[in-house]
Design a protein around this ligand. Structure first.
Ligand SMILES: Nc1ncnc2c1ncn2[C@@H]1O[C@H](COP(=O)(O)OP(=O)(O)OP(=O)(O)O)[C@@H](O)[C@H]1O
Ligand SMILES: [Mg+2]
Length: 242
C-alpha cells in the first residue's frame, strides 16, 4: 500500500509564515511531479485554502468530514478536495467551525497518506488537541522560527515538545536577510539541525491576493526553502530507508 511522506510544519511564534511555508512545500512537491496534499491543522487559522488562493473553489473541507463514521477512502477523498496546480487541500472553513474528534483527524490523515506521495501538515501548537491527533503519524517536523527575540523565545519553548513528539525535527529560520552564520548560531542554541533559511518573498502579499500559490515562482525565496525541506524529508528519507 502507498504511504506518503508526512511533513509537519509548526510556527515557533504566531504569524511567522508556517502556513505559507506549508503551502510552498506542497506547491514545489507538485512541480517536482509528486502528488501532494496540503492539510490544514489550524482550526481557527482562517483556512489553508486562503493561503493557496482557492477559497472560492468548491470541494470537501474539514467540517464535511466531522460526522463521518469508519474508514475513509483515500483516493475518493482526494478527488473531492479543492486543488490548485496539482496541490489538493483539506482546509478548515471560516464560515463553519465544527469540532473534530481526534479519531477522525487521525483516520483522515491515514487515508490521505494512502493516496498521496507527500502530505504537508500545517500543524497547530503542540498544546492543541489536533496536534496530538496528527503528530504520531508525522515522519518529520519543521519548526519555523522567527529571527527576532520573541520569535526565538517562542521557538525554544516549542522545540522540546516537538522533539518529544517526533524523532526528526528540523529548523527553518525566517529572516529578512541576516547571514547564514546567524542561522547556524540559532540552530546550535536550539540544538536542532538547520534545514533552510526562509527569506522574505517581496511579491508574496500581492501573489496571495491574486490567487498565486506561495512557492509558485521557482526562483523565489519560498521555493528555495521548500526545495530544501523536500530534499531532506522526501529524497533524504528514501535514501535513509534504502
Ligand atoms: N517568506 C515570506 N516572505 C514574505 N512574507 C511572508 C513570508 N512568509 C509569510 N509571509 C507573510 O506573513 C504573514 C503570515 O504568514 P502565515 O499566515 O503563513 O503565518 P503563520 O505562521 O501561519 O501564522 P499563524 O500563527 O496565524 O498561523 C502573511 O501575511 C504572509 O503573507
Ligand atoms: Mg498559520
Amino acid at each position: 500500500m502507498n504511504t506518503a511522506h508526512i511533513i509537519g510544519v509548526v510556527g515557533g511564534s504566531g504569524g511567522v509564515g508556517a502556513s505559507v511555508l506549508t503551502a510552498a512545500i506542497a506547491v514545489r512537491a507538485a512541480q517536482a511531479g509528486l502528488r501532494p496534499v496540503a492539510l490544514d491543522g489550524d482550526r481557527l487559522g482562517g483556512g489553508l485554502d486562503v493561503t493557496l488562493g482557492i477559497e472560492q473553489e468548491r470541494g470537501v473541507r474539514w467540517p464535511d468530514l466531522a460526522a463521518a463514521r469508519g474508514r475513509f477512502d483515500g483516493p475518493e477523498l482526494i478527488r473531492r478536495l479543492p486543488s490548485v496546480d496539482g496541490v489538493c487541500v483539506l482546509s478548515f472553513d471560516r464560515a463553519r467551525d465544527v469540532p473534530l474528534a481526534a479519531e477522525i483527524v487521525h483516520e483522515v490523515l491515514l487515508a490521505l497518506s494512502t493516496a498521496a506521495d507527500v502530505v504537508v501538515v500545517d500543524l497547530p501548537r503542540p498544546d492543541h488537541e489536533i496536534f496530538a491527533a496528527l503528530a504520531p503519524s508525522v515522519d518529520g517536523m519543521v519548526l519555523l522560527a522567527g529571527s527576532g527575540i520573541c520569535g526565538l523565545a517562542g521557538a525554544s519553548a516549542i522545540a522540546e515538545h516537538l522533539i518529544r513528539a517526533c524523532p526528526d525535527v528540523w529548523l527553518c529560520l525566517r529572516t529578512s536577510g541576516k547571514g547564514s552564520h546567524f542561522a547556524d548560531t540559532v540552530a546550535g542554541a536550539l540544538d536542532l539541525p538547520l534545514l533552510a533559511v526562509v527569506r522574505e518573498e517581496p511579491s508574496l502579499a500581492a501573489d496571495v491576493l491574486h490567487g498565486i500559490p506561495p512557492g509558485s515562482s521557482a526562483k523565489g525565496a519560498l521555493a528555495a526553502a521548500a526545495d530544501k525541506v523536500l530534499a531532506r524529508c522526501v529524497v533524504g528519507a528514501r535514501r535513509d530507508a534504502s
